[in-house]
Design a protein around this ligand. Sequence first.
Ligand code: PA5
Length: 490
Amino acid sequence: MSPLKFDFNNMLDFNVGEKDGVTEKELEEMAPAVREAHRHLGQLLDSPGDRVNLGLEWTQLPFQDSDTVERIQALGEEIAREYENVISLGIGGSYLGLKAAQEALAPPYYNEFAPLREGRPRIYFEGNNLDPGTLTALFKNLEPEKTFVIVISKSGETTETRASFELVKQWLKRGVGEEYGRQIFAVTDPESGTLRKIVDEERKKDEARFRDLPLLRGVGGRYSELNMGLLHLAIIGVKIAEVLEGAKAMAERCREESLSRNPAYLYAVLQTILYRKKGKSIAVMMPFSETLKSTADWYSQLLAESLGKKYARKITVSAEGLENWEMDKKRIVNIGRTPVACRGTNDLHSIHQNNAEGENNKTITFIRVENFKEDLSIPPFAGFLSDKKYSELLKLAQEATEWALGREKRPNCTIVMPEITPFSWGELLFFFEMATAFEGELLKVNAFDQPGVEGYKNYMYYKLHKPGVSEAIEKEIINHPLQKKERFIL
Ligand code: PA5
């Protein structure tokens, strides 16, 4: 049973008007596009070769075998028993899912209070920026012998992760000596990449060093929380099987072609109509729970990297019948909604002003939680707030925001979670992944690559004299200098 509910009423014309909402007729007109996108996606999902080559293997993650899951759960327990701290190194897809899981599924203030952790380690996320301050603080305050390090990188090449890993290795080695490698765990590509090479070399010297979990082939970073994030879930004491059960329940709902039964398809279709026909190019994600803010950040990456694309997708088919997706350099589309992550009620006193009265160019997605594990009652004699429950006020604030936006003809929708549990969070994740993949099909872009991220990387690699930077990249950088005129620097 899948308990997540989706309320799309406020995206329709009867609540926000025809100019800013979707009409039944517009939904019907999408039927051929939906049919074709469903057919194409279904064909790819039925083909193991296509799934791996194109980056769609994430659709299989909910169905992982239970032995693997139990092994990872036990491994996490072992690490949790032995160490007081874990430093988790990774960026983008190798970081945001873990952070989202920790905030949603571990108790609030998990790191701060030992009883909340129930003897488990504090988790510190690093390698996701190049600000020297945060890592320095950890080096000064953590004891190396009590600290375990997990480095997550599919490629092993990402500058932020690589640089922080070098520093953390040096710090560990200084603190615990030659055996430092026993306190390092890698989550990386099973066959290729710099990190895989390091792992294999270290393991030749000592089997207990640089233990690792291989990432599945054909699962891109931002779609990989249910793969690369599993060890982290086990360390913080989350039952992995429950998260996967939730994802599985959603995967089953998302098999349906009918928009009236498939919430991911309906979300993607409504967003696409509102974007392409009504100019709603900004996607505000607004959970009404402090613990889902990082889930909104995770979705921001998912949407931005998956759908923010310069070129349309060109499909060719190999002699073996497998698809190949290329960028169609003749068709510049510069497409993709811009994500904005915020949360209620905090941002009702910030971004909401613009959501309600600024340019009407956005949709707002709320996540509403019906039941909280903990609740508080306001004391009596507190005027109109007397005896009110905190959760009651929160839900009323969400309802009020829906109303206020509806009144201003701002399309919005609400995902209702009965409670934040590993099951419902697994559902939520899979829902967003499938909705994004389907939106990619409707927009006809490759939702599983991120070529736009290469520009800044190439510039850095060129400046850092990294071996292997091509002549073409060198030429491009030399031929496109940014002008820095003194009179515009004040
Ligand atoms: O979604 C993606 O693929 C990216 O965000 C990557 O996860 C990110 O760039 C980190 O890459 P890697 O895991 O290779 O270090």
